[in-house]
Design a protein around this ligand. Structure first.
Ligand code: FE
Length: 166
């Protein structure tokens, strides 16, 4: 039988290529989860005053004034501070509150919560897990399947429209 001898350098080459590929994937993943830490002064320079007020000073926009409460396009809502992909339009529902409302984030690790005792209420504050930007609050009166209502300020979000071929 004729036997082809494959030089061992070929296997070394494959091994190296695979290694580089895995390393680049890992680096990308790590970058996405990396925290973004900036000083207050730096945020002030990057963000417009209304967005800064919401994201960094935990402000709340007036109901029915935001650009996304009645927004129905298909796509992804990202953090206005750092671009972190937070909510998909498929999890958006009309809560009637005047703020964009979602029943779940794209992934659990995209957001973090903390107890908010301001204004004589106990509420659960929601912020971006990557940059710490204030987004809104989460309430236990949302629709199924989660029963949660993430009540989010339009000003804390940007929208990335989904193309039709997706
Ligand atoms: Fe962010």
């Amino acid at each position: 039988m004729f036997k082809v001898k494959i030089p061992s350098v070929f296997f070394h080459f494959i091994f190296l290529i695979t290694g580089f590929f895995l390393a680049s994937l890992f680096a990308k993943e790590k970058k996405m989860n990396q925290k973004i830490i900036k000083t207050d002064e730096e945020w002030k320079q990057i963000l417009s005053p209304p967005v800064y007020q919401i994201l960094r000073k935990k402000g709340t926009e007036r109901a029915f004034t935001g650009k996304y409460y009645n927004h129905k396009e298909k796509g992804v809502y990202i953090c206005a501070g750092c671009g972190n992909e937070l909510f998909h339009s498929s999890a958006k529902f009309d809560s009637g509150t005047g703020w964009p409302s979602f029943y779940q984030p794209i992934a659990e690790d995209r957001i973090e919560t903390e107890t908010d005792r301001s204004f004589f209420m106990i509420r659960t504050e929601v912020h971006c897990a990557r940059c710490g930007g204030h987004l809104g609050h989460v309430f236990p009166d949302g629709p199924l399947p989660t029963g949660l209502r993430y009540c989010i300020n339009s000003l804390s979000l940007d929208f990335r429209k989904e193309t039709n071929d997706k």
